[in-house]
Design a protein around this ligand. Structure first.
Ligand code: IPM
Ligand code: MN
Length: 353
């Protein structure tokens, strides 16, 4: 097939890992005889430096006409003055909103060989295979903000239709997995969470009677994720809770660098990004873990291009490379010499071929 893929390297280690994902996609194109055209565009701090804006119109235009978008990371100390009017993160939020990608899918599974890289006990990690579905274009991230000298506010607002559509996405995913959905809220305190819970209960009872539903308050969910992570199948939650819980869940997989994400809306066009940030302290040093970005490329193949075998081949190649002993510094055992970002990628491409 022919596909146009926009690359948004962004800041920090974003360019390091995006280049790895591009190389893997190019290897997939060669092996499976597809034609992928890559178009690199600006976002985040890199875009602010060049154009003054975190999301230039040219980037939006390119993304809106592409089949899929692969992003590295945005942000860094250079642009992190909390009082700055223009910030890299605004570019990412605006892009998610512009593309209408309201469903952020973050799978968390543990490669057996990496159980030792997690700070958690191996027996707790046994059988962990969960999916967090994070609402991505609403809630406190997008509500009105105010700031004066002595006070500040961020409005958290959810509409019924935003909750309905994300719950449906999560429930459909659960139906294709182990048939269990856990909805996470803070309904003992927040009105938005009470609406979330009402809507979830209604949609699940009316449309997905066969799915087993559990509801957890977010503070308890944070605890259960560490105490009994293997019990979870699909977790659905609002924007900020999902952001926080997935960083926590990444520790199950051993490193934030391992985890991918797909952000989807009502069309096949999706935005794919590793869940890690720009890690400015290690940017450009050739030591970042490219697995999260490469696994995001696999999700791109699956969800935007409907290339399931190719997606599975990339995922198997990542597993095979890890099983073969290739480890970047974040996941290497103390007795193992870590490989570089590009060596890790070479090994994954070798396993693919
Ligand atoms: C993520 C990131 C972003 C978020 C930031 C960079 C705006 O932490 O994708 O998880 O909070 O959504
Ligand atoms: Mn985050």
């Amino acid at each position: 097939m022919e596909a146009v893929i926009v690359l948004l390297p962004g800041d920090g280690i974003g360019p390091d890992v995006t280049e790895c994902a591009r190389r893997v996609l190019a290897a997939v194109a060669r092996k499976f005889e597809h034609q992928f055209e890559f178009s690199e565009q600006l976002i985040g701090g890199a875009a602010i430096d060049t154009t003054g804006e975190p999301l230039p119109q040219a980037t939006i235009d390119a993304c809106e006409t592409a089949h899929a978008v692969l992003l590295g990371a945005v942000g860094g100390p250079k642009w992190s003055d909390p009082n700055a009017a223009v910030r890299p993160e605004q570019g990412l939020l605006k892009l998610r909103s512009a593309l209408g990608v309201y469903a952020n899918i973050r799978p968390v599974s543990v490669h057996d060989e990496l159980a030792g890289a997690s700070p958690l006990k191996a027996e707790i990690l046994d059988g962990v295979d969960l999916l967090v579905v994070r609402e991505l274009t609403g809630g406190i991230y997008f509500g009105e903000k105010t700031r004066s000298e002595s006070k500040a506010s961020d409005l958290c607002i959810y509409h019924t239709h935003e909750i309905e559509r994300i719950v449906r996405v999560a429930a459909r995913l659960a139906a294709d997995r182990r048939g269990r959905l856990c909805s996470v809220d803070k309904a003992n305190v927040l009105e938005t969470s009470r609406l979330w819970r009402d809507v979830t209960d209604r949609i699940m009872a009316a449309e997905f009677p066969d799915i087993e539903v559990e509801t957890l308050l977010v503070d308890a969910a944070a605890m259960h994720l560490l105490r009994r992570p293997a019990d979870f199948d699909v977790i659905v939650t609002e924007n900020m809770f999902g952001d926080i819980l997935t960083d926590e869940a990444s520790m199950l997989a051993g490193s934030l660098g391992m985890l991918p994400s797909a952000s989807l809306g009502d069309t096949a066009r999706g935005l794919y990004e590793p869940i890690h940030g720009s890690a400015p302290d290690i940017a450009g040093r050739g030591i970042a873990n490219p697995c999260g970005a490469i696994a995001s490329a696999a999700m791109l193949l699956r969800h935007s291009l409907a290339l399931e075998s190719e997606a599975a081949a990339v995922e198997s190649a990542v597993s095979a490379a890890i099983s073969g002993g290739a480890r970047t510094a974040d996941i290497a055992r103390p007795d193992q010499a870590p490989v570089s970002t590009s060596e890790m990628t070479d090994e994954i491409i070798r396993c693919l071929n």
